[in-house]
Each structure stands twice: as C-alpha cells, then as structure tokens.
Design a protein around this ligand. Sequence first.
Ligand code: ZN
Length: 102
Amino acid sequence: MKRSDKKKLARRIAKERIRILFSLAESYAKRGDLDISSRYVELILKIARKYNIRLPREMKYRICKKCNCFIIPGKNATVRLKKGKVVIKCLECDRYKRYPYK
Ligand SMILES: [Zn+2]
C-alpha cells in the first residue's frame, strides 16, 4: 500500500470514528449526562485536529469549542435568528456562536 493511500485510509477511519463519537455524545447529552458527552466531544476535536478533518456544519453547530459541551438547543443552549444569522448561545459557558443562515 502506498503511503498516501494509508493516509487516506486513516482519515476515512478517523471520520467514521468521529461519526460514532458524535452520536454517542448526542445520546448522552440528551439523557443529561453532559460530563460524559463532553468527554466524547473532546475526543472528536482531538481526532479532527490530528487528522486535519473539518467537521461538517451540522456537527459544528452542536459543539461548543470553548467548553467542549454538546449543544442541545432548548436545553443548554438558545438559538436565535438575527439579521440573517443563526446565533447559538451556549448556556454552559455563555459563548456565542454565529453562522450565516441559508
Ligand atoms: Zn460552551
């Protein structure tokens, strides 16, 4: 196997792991186990950094990069639309995230 192929394969596996970790983080967060879910979030960010993987939008929306918590709108975050932007406020650390609304 070529070196570049190996790298590609490693990234594919890493992406798969991120998907699995994300759904785990989500289910724990929904159950109210925020400590456990943020540990999964930490892992997701670590893997993404290591393999240089950009998280898809729908994942980025749900992760607070400041406190590593999994965002559940209405539970630990508020979501508002403001001037064509989605404004998400993490209630754990009071950080705002803004995304263009499409
Ligand atoms: Zn936060």
